[in-house]
Write a protein that binds this ligand. Structure first.
Ligand code: SF4
Ligand code: SF4
Length: 136
């Protein structure tokens, strides 16, 4: 069994298609939607957690890609520019999943991409713009 969080970007022509339903029905995957939105140019973006057998997961991702859906592991969606981060701590107070937290020993702010759900709150709040969204 695998459990992975991925960012899916749908071209406009696929936004109203029952794609997630097919992931469940045809690939036996369980899903949990973490974030969904339609971008200004009317593409769809879904941050989703998928669980299932390893082969089913791989086949499901292949199915998405063949349809024209861009896929990317969530851990690569939000990144931090370490050179820019001043460890001010602003992001720590707003991160809903504690993906950004203060190391009490070093007094440095740590970023754990595995806990990140890509809500983007830190991206907007970070004074030196150290938190970044990777564009697919
Ligand atoms: S808000 Fe930005 S600069 Fe401040 S600790 Fe967070 S990532 Fe670093
Ligand atoms: S994008 Fe959201 S969940 Fe991820 S580190 Fe920033 S505030 Fe936390």
């Amino acid at each position: 069994m695998v459990s992975k969080r991925v960012v899916l970007k749908f071209p406009q022509k696929l936004v109203d298609q029952p794609i997630v339903y097919k992931l469940v029905k045809e690939f036996n995957l369980v899903f949990n939607i973490l974030r969904a939105r339609v971008t200004p140019n009317e593409e769809g973006e879904l941050v989703i957690e998928l669980q299932g057998k390893k082969q089913n997961y791989a086949d499901g991702i292949k199915y998405l890609q063949n349809l024209g859906v861009s896929t990317q592991p969530l851990s690569q969606d939000i990144t931090r520019d370490e050179k820019r981060c001043s460890h001010c701590g602003v992001c720590v107070t707003m991160c809903p999943t504690e993906a950004l937290y203060l190391d009490q020993n070093t007094q440095k702010v740590i970023f754990d991409p595995e806990k990140c759900i890509a809500c983007e709150l830190c991206v907007r709040a970070c004074p030196p713009r150290a938190m970044k969204i990777k564009i697919l």
